[in-house]
Every structure is written in C-alpha cells, then in structure tokens.
Design a protein around this ligand. Structure first.
Ligand code: ZN
Length: 306
C-alpha cells in the first residue's frame, strides 16, 4: 500500500512509556517506566509519554493528571509533549480504510457468540475466515480484520531472545478496527510506534503474545521495525498481575526512593540497600551507571519484592 506515514525514521534511540488512564500509576507500571526510561537514557536517546485513552468506559476521571504527577515525583523527565491517542482517532480510521481499500483487511459480521461456536475457534484458531470473501461493507457492528496467511514472524527480544510465531495459528485474522468504531489496541499502538519512529519498545511480558500481529501489521508500511524488549510483569503474593483492573494500590510518592529502589531490584539490577535512603536523583545516577539489560530475568512474571 501507499505509505501514509510521513515522519522520517530517526536512526538514534527513541523509546516511550504508554500508560492507559484507567487508574493511577501502580507499582507494576512503575517498573515498566523505569526499564524503558533507563534504556532510553543509557542509550542517549529520547523518551516520550503516550496516553492510551481510547477506551472511555475503562478510564478514570483525573487519572492522567495523577499519572503525570506521579511520574514527575519519581524524577521522570519526558521529551516533547505528551501524546494522546484520543486525538488521533480520525487518523486510525483513515489507515483502517486504507487497509481495506488495498485488500489487506476485510469486514467481518460474525458475532462473538457465533465465533465461540466455531470448531476452528475451539481448536485454538481465533477466526475461521468465514467473511474473507464476502466483500462486506463498512458498517457499525462490522469488525475489520487483517487477512493473515501462513507466515512465520521471528524476532529477537532484548530479554527473552529469539521468538518465533506461526501467525495463522497464533493470531488468525486479527481485528484492526472494532464494530463500535474504535481502533483495536493492535492498530493504534502499531501506528503510533511506527509514526513516532521508536527504535525499541520496552513493555510487560503480558504483551509478548501480541508481538507477532503487531510486527505483521507494521510490516505493511515498509518502515524500519522497532526492537522489542519485554520485562517480567509484577504480580502480588497470589500471583495476580498488578493492574488497574485488579485495583493495584496507587503509588505513595512519599516513599519514592524506596519504591524506585524496589523497581531496580525487581529488574535484576542488584541496587545496594543504602539507596533506599538516598534522594531520587542519587538513585537515578546510580542506575544510569549500573543499568544492564542482561540482568533482567527472562521470566513472564515475578512477585512484587516488598
Ligand atoms: Zn466473520
């Protein structure tokens, strides 16, 4: 397809942190922010913030303000202005239409209920391809799916090493635009990451399984693909992921030094205990000179260390 992305690729390191405003910053997202920030700063690169606010029912009033003020309290310093996905809905829609126009995607009328009955779905395939040849129009209620053929997606993750996926059986014809007229997570983040020219995406290992479809989608635009680096997600004592959906506790910025120390520890950096009692600036300076990606455990999850 014609390249709709106009910003030139930049050859130096560009990274980002992309929270959703479904609640205040919690410890799990702090760990991700620390890892992506250190990767960017230790590579003398840019670090940007993106607010993933395209799912209004899950948003919490005041969450953006809380997240930004927590990040400031922890000493994060982002480059440029904050990006809001909600400002880009027309762009996502335009690209979705282009994907359809170039026959890379097709509209699907199958309901979730119908899909659950399908033998293919029961075998682990997400979509059986029923609507592929129907030529359905864009209508509310119709989802737009990428046409996926047998294809292997392989990449070398910065922590987990070589990853290989069979796109057809791992992902099937994945959704890029939803029936309720909103872009899918895959479409929005892939377009943003490409357009901003991020050279590496640092994020939680719970997103590892989505990498294949995101790389597949990005490949359609003939642009330099970012490197991927997944870090273990943080769980509570019961093994449950810390997330806003599970009411993870908001960070108490009065204990920012201790929490930053814990984040470095959970990232395998072995910070000396005395850092707990030092200023945020002191801890960041220690982290800049000791940061080693190779020390991060290639585990899907680790239990919160405090
Ligand atoms: Zn269908």
């Amino acid at each position: 397809m014609k390249r709709p992305l106009s910003k030139p690729f930049t050859p130096y390191y560009r990274g980002r942190f992309a929270p959703s405003p479904s609640g205040p910053l919690h410890y799990g997202s702090l760990v991700t922010a620390v890892a992506s920030y250190l990767q960017a700063r230790c590579n003398r690169g840019l670090w940007q913030l993106r607010i993933e606010d395209i799912d209004p029912p899950r948003e919490q009033k005041g969450a953006v303000r809380d997240i930004l003020s927590s990040l400031r309290a922890f000493g994060f310093d982002w480059d440029g202005s904050v990006l809001y996905q909600s400002h880009r809905l027309a762009y996502y829609r335009h690209i979705a239409e282009q994907l359809h126009k170039h026959h890379l995607a097709f509209y699907c009328e199958c309901s979730r209920k119908q899909l659950m009955k399908s033998p293919e779905t029961r075998l682990g395939r997400l979509y059986e391809g029923k609507c592929r040849k129907l030529g359905l129009p864009s209508l509310t209620g119709h989802t737009l799916r990428m046409r996926v053929d047998k294809e292997h997606i392989k990449f070398n993750d910065g922590v987990f090493g070589v990853q290989s996926y069979d796109l057809l059986t791992d992902s099937g014809d994945y959704i890029v635009y939803r029936g309720d007229q909103l872009p899918s997570y895959t479409l929005a983040v892939s377009l943003d990451d490409l357009q901003q020219g991020y050279t590496e995406l640092v994020r939680g290992a719970d997103l590892l399984h989505l990498s294949a479809r995101q790389l597949h989608l990005m490949q359609q635009f003939n642009r330099q693909l970012p490197q991927l680096l997944h870090i273990p997600i943080i769980t509570d004592a019961n093994g449950q992921k810390l997330s806003k959906q599970h009411y993870a506790t908001a960070l108490d910025t009065r204990h920012s030094s201790f929490l930053l120390y814990c984040a470095l520890k959970d990232l395998g950096q072995e910070p000396p205990k005395y850092l707990c009692y030092r200023s945020i600036n002191y801890i960041w300076n220690w982290a800049y000179s000791h940061w080693r990606v190779s020390s991060i455990a290639p585990e899907m999850s680790i239990k919160q260390g405090f």
